[in-house]
Design a protein around this ligand. Structure first.
Ligand SMILES: Nc1ncnc2c1ncn2[C@@H]1O[C@H](COP(=O)(O)OP(=O)(O)OP(=O)(O)O)[C@@H](O)[C@H]1O
Ligand SMILES: [Mg+2]
Length: 471
């Protein structure tokens, strides 16, 4: 049994949404503290979170801790090394961010280092911490590749907290811009992804510059055995805080269509027109597919933006910003947008195809139905995806219903590849492909050699996935 499966077995049934958790938590507070109930202004305060943070949280309409926050905050405040795992959109950023801000000492120099796998995620974590800490005095620097070093050096020199991607952090360390010798806490968000991407050496290198006695926190919706090496080498008696691992079926509905590969695009357009969508993310596993789908949607008059690892940093941040503020209702994305991104009102996720990594499915669909909202994930399956789909069903307890194909118009799909203006830009995080020889997965869904493509014989028949299969 792999680590995820064993974790799932130990899980209680999926917990309620944030509102239900909130209700339960308030009842618990009443039972445990009947006399002081009235003196507790906020459940966050009961967790030892100071009024300045509680005030900022209230302004963000965050009033009651989620389960992972209830479990993790006291342990982190107490200085424990911790592995935190809970479903997508359950507030893991605040679960580590609040106790970190709580423990921060004023004017004590760089104390906290947070690492994340993508630039967008690093920016988001930094923004979220700034919002939580609105009424505290601290300085935070966000560092990532693809932009010049200069302004970052300046920010780092004054920062109490640095959030960044491993490649650029290592760069700064080598240039002696980053002094980690007084660090008290380091966080690896989406740790398994960073390891899987081949950043293990960079992470180990960075951690080797941190004091032996600093606190270390790992967070993710999926934490796989890839992190074992890190926990053994760098964590001291880590405790685990686990909350609900599964998405709630009543909030996140999952469907799939069996469709011929050459008809996927026509079905996608049909569904985009038929479904009552707000914001939509269409995931494709290859960069070239992202570009083709995006361009063909434009040709059909469906305004969209695309994001993948080869676009310039400015363009990537711009695209996310446009999607955030609703200027572009459709985002066609590679795996760079699958992890951690928190964008409001994403009503639909479409999987145009599936990645070979079954975990990615969980993260992709987790871009909708966040923080108690509802959403729909629709996967377009053709024969090429059957192996990946089987792997998802084997590994995770997901409830995906098949939908029958309905009549839809066949559209022209221009499959000519084109060189986007940015295809010649630097590779992911601006690093050379230093880990390619080690067979690590490239982040845009390219397959590493240690996961060889399983050839599918002509006679391969899909298993019959009935409703609720793999539940
Ligand atoms: N206690 C809370 N009550 C209501 N909303 C919350 C609470 N805590 C966090 N949120 C909001 O929930 C959303 C999701 O939070 P966050 O991005 O931290 O989730 P996550 O668990 O890290 O998800 P992922 O696994 O996808 O990274 C954010 O918009 C955040 O502001
Ligand atoms: Mg997160």
């Amino acid at each position: 049994m792999n680590q995820e499966q064993s974790a799932l077995r130990q899980q209680p049934e999926p917990q309620g949404n944030i509102n239900r958790e909130q209700q339960q938590y308030q009842e618990d507070v009443k039972v445990e503290h009947p006399r002081i109930e009235s003196s507790i202004e906020s459940p966050f305060q009961a967790l030892g979170i100071r009024p300045e943070l509680v005030r900022a949280l209230r302004e963000l309409e965050i009033t009651t801790p989620t389960l992972i926050q209830q479990k993790a905050i006291p342990l982190i405040k107490a200085g424990k090394d911790l592995i935190g795992m809970s479903r997508t959109g359950s507030g893991k950023t605040a679960a580590f961010g609040l106790p970190i801000l709580e423990n921060l000492r004023p004017q004590a120099g760089l104390q906290v280092l947070i690492m994340a796998p993508t630039r967008e995620l690093a920016v988001q974590i930094g923004d979220e911490l700034r919002k939580f800490g609105k009424y505290l005095h601290f300085r935070l620097a966000t560092v990532y590749g693809g932009v010049s070093l200069g302004p970052q050096i300046e920010q780092i020199s004054r920062a109490d907290i640095v959030v960044g991607t491993p490649g650029r952090l290592k760069d700064h360390l080598n240039r002696q811009n980053l002094n980690l010798s007084h660090l008290t806490c380091t966080v690896l968000d989406e740790a398994d992804k960073m390891v899987e991407m081949g950043f293990i050496e960079d992470i180990e290198y960075i951690l080797s510059y941190t004091p032996e006695k600093r606190q270390m926190l790992l967070f993710g919706a999926t934490i796989s055995k890839e992190i074992d090496h890190l926990t053994e080498r760098f964590m001291h008696a880590p405790v685990t805080a686990e909350a609900e691992a599964q998405v709630q079926e009543e909030l996140l509905e999952q469907f799939y269509y069996n469709v011929q590969h050459h008809e996927k695009f026509s079905l996608l357009v049909h569904l985009l027109k038929k479904e009552a969508t707000q914001r939509v993310i269409i995931f494709c596993s290859a960069r070239s597919t992202v570009e083709l789908v995006s361009r063909n949607l434009q040709l059909q008059g469906l305004r969209n933006e695309m994001i993948h690892g080869k676009l310039s940093q400015n363009r990537r941040l711009n695209v996310i910003e446009k999607f955030h503020c609703g200027q572009a209702p459709i985002l066609v994305a590679s795996a760079v947008a699958a992890r951690g991104l928190d964008i409001k009102d994403v009503s639909h996720i479409f999987n145009y195809d599936l990645s070979a990594d079954p975990q990615e499915y969980i993260h992709r669909i987790g871009r909708t139905a966040r923080a108690g909202e509802s959403g729909k994930a629709i996967t377009l399956l053709s024969q090429k995806d059957f192996q990946a789909f089987g792997d998802i069903l084997n590994r995770f307890r997901v409830n995906i219903q098949e939908l029958p194909l309905e009549p839809f118009a066949r559209l022209r799909f221009d499959a000519r590849r084109f060189d986007s203006e940015e295809n010649s830009s630097r590779s992911y995080h601006g690093r050379s492909d230093q880990n390619a020889h080690r067979g690590y997965r490239r982040f845009d869904g390219e397959r590493p050699s240690r996961f060889p493509r399983r050839e599918q014989s002509q006679s391969y028949q899909p298993p019959r996935w009935g409703s609720g299969w793999g539940k």
